[in-house]
Design a protein around this ligand. Structure first.
Ligand code: GLY
Ligand code: MN
Ligand code: MN
Length: 459
């Protein structure tokens, strides 16, 4: 049976939403199955996270409506026929399911059109084409009208609720993190020369599956850690390589975790690897210490960038004034992504609802500068936010050649030295934190990240 919060939790969430939206009717469509080729051969089913948040149930073929004007929530769906049950086995009735999430009424899917007719319907930005087509028919709107017609009021209200994780949500994230910890420690201790990256990715994925869960996003397991979203696992590992492992399980209630560790294939990091590793670890730990209510995360990103630039300056890879170098964006040659993002039911939480509405506000605007522009969360942190902190240093040969040729930021970058590092790869370290009333805490049990701790896992 599916794991759910109490009916009270879903009811309370819907009550809060009603108050924030004020009038009309909020429509939440469940995600449908996505066929690999034919309907009976589907990709892994994943329910829409907004549906999970307000109606909990992880199944296709249903819809949830919060009718604010008439003060009731309705679950639309149909009981399976005996012919369906031949293929699926027995399933709970739609009435039983509705009771588990505290819905006031159950109606057949066929009644959805009538319920929506002539009403003020709020819906969230849809991202699945099959639902867009279905909503187009249900609402009598064109496809572009559905795609662009999401309700700002509902979207902002949902963001404001989902951004603050309750204690019971944090417990779910921590459950996911326990599985993720096992995935990382097993990958680190398993890695050997002559092994393909795919073996490590498979071993780690198997741990998530063996917990009756799955990954929250495709596993990154690569000695080419400088390729930021590298989902291939085809390389053979050799002595002296380092591997970036960015992977996280989602738990049985679909709460995510998102952890990165970088480790040597052989028993020890080289001295050169240690030098970069120490800078990244310092940036990560200092940034976590800086996170507290009221601190804009964009500021923490720039703080981490200064630690990185200053470390690289000490190694002779950067030069000049660190503050100025970061202000101009020179550090982005080595750290071209954001320090982190919100996390919850989605690994990049609520990105379907609009990155800027989730991560920015009137006080903090997204930077347009290469590197910092990719920061998904910039606004001031608040208690209850769960986010990632994930600095990295990468040597990206194509970017280095382009910038060197353009003499870009030549006053801050020592290209004669940098070109000696182009086969280094990359190092990233990522943890998940909760903003508390006083500051921040790292969620989950500690996952080894000190140089000695990582090396001792290999013995
Ligand atoms: N795992 C994707 C990320 O760290 O943002
Ligand atoms: Mn990650
Ligand atoms: Mn992340």
């Amino acid at each position: 049976m599916q794991h759910l919060f109490s009916a009270e939790t879903y009811r309370n969430r819907r009550e809060e939403l009603k108050l924030k939206v004020g009038s009309g009717l909020c429509l939440f469509m469940a995600n449908e199955e996505s066929p690999m080729n034919y309907a009976g051969n589907p990709l892994r089913y994943r329910q829409d996270s907004n549906f999970l948040y307000f109606f909990g149930l992880s199944m296709p073929g249903i819809a949830g409506v919060i009718d604010i004007d008439n003060d009731r929530s309705i679950l639309f769906g149909d009981d399976p026929s005996v012919e369906d049950v031949v293929w699926t086995g027995p399933v709970d009735s739609i009435g039983e399911l509705a009771a588990r999430v505290g819905a006031d009424q159950v109606r057949s899917s066929a009644d959805l059109d009538d319920t929506l007719l002539g009403r003020e319907v709020h819906f969230l930005p849809p991202y699945r084409m099959d639902n867009i087509v279905r909503m187009s028919a249900l609402l009598g709107k064109s496809i572009p009208e559905v795609k662009n017609g999401a309700s700002e009021k509902l979207t902002r209200a949902v963001i404001s609720l989902r951004a603050h994780k309750t204690a019971e949500e944090v417990a779910q994230i921590e459950e996911a993190l326990e599985i993720t910890a096992a995935m990382h420690t097993r990958a680190i201790s398993t890695a050997r020369k002559g092994m393909k990256e795919a073996v490590l990715a498979g071993v780690a994925h198997g741990i998530a599956l063996a917990h009756d869960c799955d990954v929250a996003y495709p596993i990154i397991m690569s000695k080419n850690g400088h390729i930021l979203h590298n989902h291939g696992h085809h390389n053979m590992l050799r002595d002296g390589d380092i591997v970036v492992a960015d992977m996280g399980s989602e738990n049985r209630m679909c709460y995510a975790s998102d952890i990165t560790r970088t480790f040597p294939v052989s028993n020890k990091f080289t001295e050169k690897q240690k030098e970069i590793y120490r800078i990244v670890l310092d940036a990560e730990e200092e940034s976590i210490r800086k996170c507290a209510p009221g601190i804009p995360y964009q500021e923490v990103h720039l703080f981490a960038s200064r630690i990185i630039a200053s470390g690289l300056k000490a190694l002779g890879l950067m030069k000049g004034d660190v503050e100025e170098a970061v202000h101009e964006g020179a550090h982005a040659l080595f750290f071209p992504h954001g320090l982190g993002h919100m996390m919850g039911l989605d690994v990049h939480d609520m990105e379907d609802l609009g990155e800027d509405w989730v991560g920015y506000d009137d006080e903090v605007k997204r930077s347009e500068q290469f590197g910092t522009a990719y920061l998904r969360l910039g606004r001031a942190l608040k208690p209850g936010f769960v986010l990632t902190v994930e600095p990295g240093i990468y040597f990206i040969p194509e970017l280095i050649s382009q910038w060197k040729e353009e003499k870009k930021f030549a006053q801050f970058i020592n290209y004669d030295e940098v070109v000696k590092w182009t086969d280094f790869g990359g190092i990233r370290i990522e943890d998940n934190i909760l903003i508390t009333d006083e500051g921040s805490i790292i969620l989950g049990s500690p996952i080894p990240k000190g140089i000695d701790e990582i090396e001792s896992l290999k013995l």
